[in-house]
Design a protein around this ligand. Structure first.
Ligand SMILES: Cc1cc2nc3c(=O)[nH]c(=O)nc-3n(C[C@H](O)[C@H](O)[C@H](O)COP(=O)(O)OP(=O)(O)OC[C@H]3O[C@@H](n4cnc5c(N)ncnc54)[C@H](O)[C@@H]3O)c2cc1C
Ligand code: SF4
Ligand code: SF4
Length: 408
């Protein structure tokens, strides 16, 4: 069997207020959350140095926004893999690792057999098993609860595909877990919510939400929906029914997450800077080795960058402030929305500038939401690079909020 059966849900999760159930609280030693968790006291400069040999260098173009990297490229797998979220670079890298025997297993998320949108952690041990895990699920599942079962099964050379809060905990514990080799393929992540809430969102987008097979927030300011009869529908962001969602639709974890681009992965596979293609951030030697595995299956080009982000970020920040903790609705009459929705892909930030825009918006959200809801956590949870990202918009840390290493 390609997918082996250990159950990530075998142990209960330890309830914690800021937690995305990455799986550590379900392991033999749940107290490790105190060291591992992104939502307690992350130290990104130290972790970046541990993983990549150096912390991000704000003097190097784009490292303040995207973390340390060797190379950024626009990329497409040719031909694209059926069922993939974009072209399938993420799962193809892992498939190649299994094909050449570089790893014993890949730890990732499969769709729940009873709900295609619900992620379920799995260990894939055969290359042909990777096809079944392609595509995006919405929600959280305890990926790292399968680290101990993986080791117990003798899988000491492992690849992990994870979102940033999972990768942070993995990297914190990597040394003590005792793997012989670990490859980390990360995807960016933002605006995650529970699978239940995601179903509520789908119900607002279509009369027949169960027939939706694919959803993506594209870099051209549209959401793409695909249906099981082959139909494709796109909706401009501005015309999404956001006003019908409850203010706490996105949990505080995801509104205050400080690592959009998965800076501790060996390679980040996303789409934000790709202008319709994928966007790869190769961060270290191991990331270069992973991209090399795709050889001529992947078409690469230089990422583009157009437009100016400052106006869009300023407008977003004003809306977050106005929404007072709820979802940031645009102050715009309904009749203007289609016009602006049509204009945005043409004049708004594109390519790398779009990615920088999204990272800065996320940094603004982090500060505003945490300040309002959990102010005493600010100095531990908000790293210096977030303050640098919001500084151009007049947002600064109060003395009580400054990261501990910088406080007077
Ligand atoms: C909640 C969420 C939000 C995202 N937001 C952004 C974004 O804002 N910008 C951006 O550039 N990219 C984002 N991504 C990543 C993006 O959707 C694609 O996954 C990525 O570009 C890889 O595409 P692919 O075709 O290479 O993936 P595929 O080859 O199809 O592989 C996708 C991989 O992701 C894993 N996966 C799917 N769902 C989950 C989940 N819920 N949790 C953990 N792992 C999962 C699958 O198991 C599979 O291994 C997000 C992903 C998730 C899960
Ligand atoms: S380490 Fe993981 S399981 Fe533990 S509190 Fe943090 S997110 Fe939750
Ligand atoms: S947005 Fe951040 S906290 Fe939420 S699931 Fe994604 S990586 Fe985790």
């Amino acid at each position: 069997m390609a997918i082996s059966p250990p159950d990530a849900f075998a142990n209960p999760a330890v309830p914690r207020d800021l937690c995305t159930d990455c799986g550590i609280s379900r392991t033999d030693d749940p107290k490790r959350c105190g060291r591992a968790c992104q939502f307690i006291a992350p130290d990104y400069p130290a972790m970046e140095a541990q993983v990549h040999g150096r912390a991000r260098d704000p003097a190097r173009p784009d490292e303040l926004h995207f973390g340390p990297f060797r190379r950024m490229v626009r990329a497409s797998l040719v031909p694209p893999s059926p069922g993939a979220q974009w072209t399938g670079i993420t799962t193809r890298i892992a498939e190649r690792l299994l094909e050449i025997g570089a790893v014993d297993a890949v730890l990732t998320m499969a769709p729940d057999p009873n709900d295609k949108w619900r992620p379920v952690p799995v260990l894939v041990t055969k290359a042909e098993g990777m096809a079944a895990v392609r595509g995006m699920r919405m929600g959280y599942a305890p990926l790292l609860a399968l680290l101990e079962p993986a080791l117990a099964a003798g899988h000491k050379r492992l690849a992990v595909i994870g979102i940033p809060c999972q990768v942070h905990a993995l990297r914190r514990l990597e040394a003590e877990l005792g793997f012989d080799r670990l490859y980390v393929v990360g995807t960016p992540c933002s605006d995650n919510t529970t699978t239940e809430r995601f179903h509520d969102f789908l119900a607002l987008l279509a009369d027949d939400p169960d027939t939706i097979t694919y959803l993506e927030f594209r870099a051209d300011y549209r959401v793409e929906l695909r249906f099981d009869d082959g139909r494709v529908k796109t909706i401009p962001f501005l015309q999404l029914p956001i006003s019908k969602l409850p203010g706490d639709f996105f949990p505080l974890t995801c509104r205050t997450c400080v690592d959009y681009t998965n800076v501790l992965a060996d390679i980040t596979v996303g789409y934000m800077g790709g202008q319709g293609e994928q966007w790869l951030i190769v961060r270290n030697d191991r990331g270069a080795e992973l991209l090399g595995l795709l050889d001529d299956e992947v078409k690469l080009s230089e990422p583009g960058s157009k437009g100016k982000r400052a106006g869009a970020v300023k407008g977003f920040l004003a809306n977050v402030e106005r929404a007072a903790g709820g979802l940031p609705l645009r102050a715009m009459p309904d009749w203007v929305r289609p016009i602006v929705g049509w204009l945005m892909p043409k004049i708004g930030p594109r390519g790398l500038e779009f990615a920088r825009t999204r990272v800065e918006m996320k940094a603004c959200e982090t500060v505003m939401h945490l300040r309002r809801e959990e102010p005493r956590r600010m100095k531990h949870m908000v790293p210096a690079h977030i303050w640098d990202l919001v500084a151009p918009y007049g947002v600064a840390s109060a003395a009580s909020e400054a990261p501990r290493s910088e406080a007077p």
